[in-house]
Design a protein around this ligand. Structure first.
Ligand code: DC
Length: 225
């Protein structure tokens, strides 16, 4: 079974997907984390997204791995755990540019499909229900008011010992959504058959229960057909 969750920045996809996966006893993949890893590595090695052949060579050599530890998805680059570093605001500011590169997307989509092979999994991102798994069993699209999303992002940053004003975060989220939605290759888009959830006034538990109910009732319906 493949479940997809797409939606704009800080719409609650990761936390929701992680909890739904735990409750259903299935795997989970945060594809934004993968694009963040590549971005972090490019930044650390001073590689500009404009230097295409250098960036391609770097990507080819880069060894990214993902593993589950203490119910959290951990990301590694060449063996080093970068799970916290990839959540920094500097990475957030640069990730849309890097994730719009065709050769980066090709490699990530291939890796995502391989990772999900022969598994029951919930995968979250921007293009999962539209491009990566267009035939997924269940598709959801989460969104929320900009201010609510900026507040969530601010909380995440504080947890990572960073701080930023709400106004700045609203501007950054707005810009990231614009870049992610307007890029040519696999833009952020709701799949036609996705169930839309406005999480602005929902708690995480409510989001999780909504998705689980939708999956379970649909499964029952399928059994009865
Ligand atoms: O979900 P996130 O904020 O961690 O995602 C970081 C960035 O990665 C996001 O701004 C766009 C990109 N992304 C993407 O292009 N496609 C995906 N499937 C997931 C994320």
């Amino acid at each position: 079974m493949i479940v997809t969750i797409d939606g704009p920045a800080a719409s609650g996809k990761s936390t929701t997907a992680k909890l739904v996966a735990k409750k259903l006893g299935i795997s989970y993949l945060d594809t934004g984390g993968m694009y963040r890893c590549i971005t972090f590595s490019f930044m650390k090695n001073n590689i500009s997204y404009k230097e295409i052949s250098l960036a391609k060579r770097h990507l080819k050599k880069l060894n990214m791995s993902i593993c589950e530890k203490n119910e959290t998805q951990h990301f590694y680059i060449n063996g080093a755990d970068v799970t916290n570093e990839i959540r920094s605001n500097e990475v957030s500011k640069n990730v849309s540019k890097i994730s719009s590169l065709d050769f980066v997307r090709d490699k990530m989509v291939e890796t995502q499909r391989k990772y999900a092979k022969e598994k029951s999994i919930i995968v979250e991102g921007r293009d999962i229900g539209t491009v990566v798994f267009p035939k997924a069993d269940f598709k959801f699209f989460l969104f929320a008011d900009e201010k609510v999303r900026a507040k969530r992002r601010q909380k995440d940053l504080i947890r990572n010992s960073e701080n930023q004003s709400l106004e700045e975060l609203i501007d950054e989220i707005r810009l990231r959504d614009k870049l992610d939605s307007e890029r040519e290759n696999s833009p952020l888009m709701k799949a036609k058959d996705a169930i839309v959830i406005d999480t602005s006034v929902m708690t995480i538990d409510e989001q999780v229960d909504f998705i689980i109910d939708a999956i379970r009732s649909n499964m029952k319906g399928k059994k009865n057909e």
